[in-house]
Design a protein around this ligand. Structure first.
Ligand code: CO8
Length: 373
């Protein structure tokens, strides 16, 4: 059977950063203003006053120290509390396509490939800035790639699901090489006015170039096997969608039109799901957990990753065995495990085995076993 390899990766990191201190100051000022505005009603017992956020809580509960964003403008303004990005003309490259091209250029260069070598583009992300035409087709055109392109969305698991889709297509012969991009502008669909989650997300774009292993450069990573799993849950949800204007009252500023979750339930339910998936996948492929050099996990929460690493390996992971990037990037949805892989895989020798793993809304989880060539 045709073997498939990851021969290039790219990470576009936005220039602007927001620290926990800056985030908490903006949120707390917003909460103070809301409480002052509704002081009379609050005194009468309805609604509850908005609680304050704290840097200490954020670091302890999540491990996040700062996040990158496409723009700070608006997010830190207590009178706005969401990013403000200029509108682009239809003729101009859209913002998701722009950051995809930047990450893709790096992946192509690393793989030693040009547009002529690639037959397809997949844009796998947790939100797309428009329903159509596909962002992937715009990226395809911008890079001068022939063949076909499409968008897909499996929330935080979009990248591992994209890797399986691409690997299957290359294996079956429908494409020689496929470029996957994960432009995650989470700041646009995040709720910055909710203390329970305002610290969670950040923006980034990753890219992965996959091709036939027999044509790939030395030092590429063979995709040994992929496994995906989904199980419906309402614990991470966003009700915004194309039917919004058909529903009475949905055009107002409703909380459920942005990301919302039951974070503690997600933590408790997703950890066992992910551990079972990875352990079962490794067992079926005859790979002992002790033979893994590295786990590149989804970057949502440091405590969650510590627990998953410990349960998969059967011991506490050594420093470096399970690298985190969430302290600097926060949760970048589907891109998180790819940033970790791109940053922390080049030092490993040929023959090294590792697992790229995602988990998130759906629920959805994906496990990709890779071996350095
Ligand atoms: N400051 C101070 N106190 C706070 C804050 C805050 N900012 N936030 C909450 N608290 C309080 C709570 O109110 C609570 O108080 P009390 O005990 O009095 O009720 C107390 O702190 C503890 O709160 P939690 O139980 O919520 O705290 P946890 O320890 O559970 O930590 C986390 C919260 C960090 C959210 C944690 O539960 C977690 O990480 N869970 C997993 C979440 C997760 O991985 N979700 C996946 C989401 S990503 C995804 O699927 C992609 C979706 C698509 C992308 C969307 C982009 C926008």
């Amino acid at each position: 059977m045709t073997k498939v390899a990851i021969s290039g990766t790219g990470v576009f990191t936005p220039e602007e950063t927001i620290t926990n201190a800056e985030l908490v100051a903006a949120y707390n000022e917003y909460a103070h203003r809301q409480n002052a505005l509704h002081a009379e009603a609050i005194t009468a017992g309805e609604p509850e006053p908005m609680p304050m956020s704290s840097e200490e809580f954020i670091l302890k509960a999540s491990g996040i120290e700062r996040r990158r964003v496409m723009t700070r403008t608006g997010i830190l303004d207590p009178g706005v509390m969401h990013p403000l990005l200029p509108e682009r003309a239809d003729e101009d490259l859209s913002i998701m396509a722009e950051i995809s091209v930047k990450a893709a250029d790096q992946a192509l260069e690393m793989a030693g490939r040009t547009a002529d070598d690639v037959d397809a583009v997949i844009c796998a992300a947790s939100n797309h800035e428009r329903p159509y035409p596909a962002i992937a087709i715009e990226v395809q055109q911008a890079l001068g790639i022939k063949g076909f392109a499409f968008d897909m969305n499996v929330a935080c698991s979009s990248a591992t699901f994209g890797i399986q889709a691409a690997a299957d297509m290359i294996r079956s012969g429908s494409a020689r090489a496929i470029l996957m991009v994960n432009p995650e502008i989470t700041s646009g669909h995040h709720e910055w006015r909710d203390r329970d989650c305002h610290f969670i997300f950040g923006d980034v774009c990753t890219a992965v170039l996959m091709e036939r292993a027999d044509a790939a450069r030395d030092g590429a990573w063979e995709i040994v096997s992929t496994r995906l799993l989904t199980e419906f849950s309402n614990n991470i949800r966003n009700n915004n969608g194309f039917l919004r204007r058909t529903r009475e009252g949905h055009m107002t500023d409703r909380r459920d039109m942005q990301f919302y979750q039951e974070g503690r339930k997600v933590f408790k339910q997703v950890v066992p799901m992910v551990v079972e998936l990875i352990r079962g996948h490794l067992a079926d492929e005859g790979v002992e957990p002790s033979s893994l050099s590295r786990l590149w996990l989804h970057q949502a929460n440091r405590n969650m990753n510590d627990l998953i690493g410990e349960k998969v390996l059967g011991r506490r992971p050594e420093p470096g065995e399970q690298p985190n990037v969430l302290q600097d990037y926060a949760n970048t949805s589907s891109a998180g495990s790819i940033i970790a892989f791109a940053r922390y895989s080049r030092d490993l020798p040929a023959g090294s085995l590792g697992v790229i793993c995602s988990f998130g809304a759906g629920y959805s989880t994906g496990s990709v076993i890779v071996r350095r060539m």
